[in-house]
Write a protein that binds this ligand. Structure first.
Ligand SMILES: [Zn+2]
Length: 456
């Protein structure tokens, strides 16, 4: 079938589903409703299976196919999914579609039996997730034949069982295949992770970690000392970081064990930053860079923005300034003019970067959420075109979007708006009208929904 014929088939399916979704269905019994939802579910599963091959083909294409943009981002923007969702689907697809060997021979999918059941619409995405999860935790020492048998068995169970039931069975099989719970160095290394989630509305973050025995031993040793009652307590001035905790401070300490571990970890990070041994990152010493307005600082209210993209209550910022020398850019409330740039050492290039951290706050490409600490300094007017390194000609762009800027018909052009925002003009193939756009992600206070600035 060519793309025109496929599109026609899609039109038929969409028309049919549209009628069913909006139309009135009369005289249907409960048993018939159940029959209908069952059929819809099979259709959903088939649709999911049908998406695998196109996704696999797209994953093979290099970024050149879409003007240098990563395929994951292209799909996420087109389908309006998060990059995380797309990543999950691509990983999923990689295990369920035929592969090529190093020598160019066709190989069956990694999860051959699961893929076969999925293609017939007999099992759902949740079943596949359970089976993939089972293999993720299986030690490398389990041989090919045992793996294949286990996969076949789990795929067969999925034909008649719910995902939670398959999961319970998978657990039994894992215990059977690895009765002594033996895992190698590689098994453990594969699973290591440290994930910090996005800030919530209360500005707190949650996350998860899976650490190797080595890191576990480090933390255990450090916590034994720094997380003891009376140590590193932010609410007690008699609390200490070095030496033995004051017995009275220890008695007064009402923190929970997990709160004490948190405070110990904070003390550890503070020490690392204050030591100066972390060197520099993108031309600026590794330390906290924060932006605030003079009004918020004077009134001890509001929030500062860090170069890493965090929102930091002004009170916390003032406490932190007592511990270490951090960078601070202060802005006028009315015209956004920079008033003061605090720094430990004068560095011309670092100053420019600091100012960009404060004005742009992150990548200026439309819709990008990359913070300043992960962005490059970009010349609006390229060096080659006679552009200078004056601050008015500089802006922040993350490495991915940096590649999209420049000369040539397929590139985005960058200019400054009268208000000082960086404007991106798309190439003709993306927008024939070439309307320039700006990124409002890092400037929520400028959105129409934000409360208006108070007069002084
Ligand atoms: Zn970007």
């Amino acid at each position: 079938m060519d793309i025109g014929e496929i599109d026609e088939e899609f039109d038929t399916i969409e028309r049919c589903l549209g009628v069913l979704a909006s139309g009135s269905l009369d005289r249907i019994t409960e048993h018939e409703w159940l029959h209908l939802v069952d059929r819809y579910e099979k259709l959903t599963r088939l649709a999911f299976a049908a998406q695998c091959l196109p996704l696999a083909r797209l994953a093979e294409a290099g970024p050149e196919a879409f003007g240098g943009e990563r395929i994951k981002t292209v799909i996420a923007n087109r389908l309006r999914l998060t990059p995380g969702q797309v990543g999950h689907r691509l990983d999923h697809t990689a295990d369920l579609t035929p592969r090529l060997s190093f020598t160019g021979e066709d190989l069956p999918p990694v999860l051959e039996h699961t893929a076969a059941a999925e293609q017939r619409g007999l099992i759902g995405r949740e079943h596949v997730t359970v089976i993939r999860e089972f293999f993720h935790h299986l030690p490398a020492a389990v041989d090919h034949q045992q793996r294949d048998n286990a996969e076949k068995h789990l795929a067969t169970l999925s034909l008649t069982m719910r995902p939670d039931e398959v999961k319970a069975n998978a657990k039994r099989i894992a215990a059977h295949l690895n009765p002594d719970g033996e895992f190698t160095e590689q098994d453990r290394a594969r699973k290591r992770s440290f994930r910090m989630g996005a800030q919530g509305v209360d500005k707190m973050r949650t996350g998860s970690f899976c650490v190797t025995p080595e890191v576990g031993a480090y933390l255990e040793t450090i916590f034994a000392k720094l997380a003891a009652p009376g140590m590193c307590n932010p609410d007690d001035t008699a609390s200490t970081l070095n030496g033995v905790p004051d017995p009275d401070a220890a008695r007064r300490d009402r923190r929970t064990p997990t709160q004490r571990c948190h405070d110990a970890f904070a003390a550890l990070c503070r020490e690392a930053l204050a030591s100066g041994r972390l060197g520099s990152h993108r031309g600026v010493p590794v330390t906290i860079i924060a932006t605030a307005t003079i009004r918020d600082l004077q009134e001890h209210t509001g929030v500062a923005t860090t170069a890493g993209g965090s929102l930091l209550p002004i009170r916390d910022l003032i406490t932190m300034a007592g511990h270490s020398r951090h960078y601070l850019a202060i802005f006028d409330d009315h015209d956004g003019r920079p008033l003061y740039l605090g720094r430990a050492k004068r560095l011309a290039t670092a100053d420019q970067r600091l100012l960009l951290c404060a004005t742009d706050r992150g990548c200026t490409f439309p819709g990008c959420s990359m913070p300043a600490s992960m962005s490059d300094v970009h010349h609006l007017r390229e060096w080659a075109d006679g552009g200078t390194t004056d601050i008015t000609n500089l802006t922040l762009v993350c490495p991915t979007h940096h590649q999209l800027a420049g000369r040539g018909p397929h590139r985005w052009r960058t200019t400054k708006s009268p208000g000082g925002r960086t404007r991106w003009t798309p190439p003709h193939h993306l927008d024939p009208n070439r309307r320039p756009r700006t990124n409002s992600y890092h400037h929520p206070e400028e959105s129409p929904m934000a409360p208006a600035a108070q007069p002084p």
